[in-house]
Design a protein. Sequence first.
Length: 180
Amino acid sequence: MKRISAIVLASFVAAQLAPVALRAEEIKIGYIDTVKIFAEYKETVDAEAIYKKEVDAWKKKQTDLETELARLREEIQSQSLMLSEEKLAEKKQTFDRKMQDYQKYMSETFSDDGLAAKRNRELTAPIVEKINGVIAKLAEDEGYTIIFDAAQGNIVYGKKALDLTERVTELLDQKMQKAQ
């Protein structure tokens, strides 16, 4: 008896939900590859060139500081027997101060919240905003319910027809040309 009641109840629920399913919005899905979009978008290439130039300058300063530390270390080691204790202590103090300066520079420049990371965010944030804006407009204009990012590893398989990467890149290029 319980089994028949469960079947009747399930049939009733299914009958009630069927019209809702028929009225449901069509689901339209697409995906993009943000790595490819970033690689092909001119503003990203320009931003990467600017960032690389700045990082190269910071790395040159890092190398200069490391060279100075190595020179001081070598000086201390080679002259330790010839220098008075006072002069040796002075050189070691200079070395320690330079080492602290080096560590401070490295932390301020290359840590997770350092100058390099901040500069990278400054350069990429407007680009990400533009890309997201183009994706949102494409989704709205063409009725996409959801668009996934293949670069994030969330898509194992997708039909090429669902790949919107080239469309997004084209729209970004058009938007950039209009801005010029």
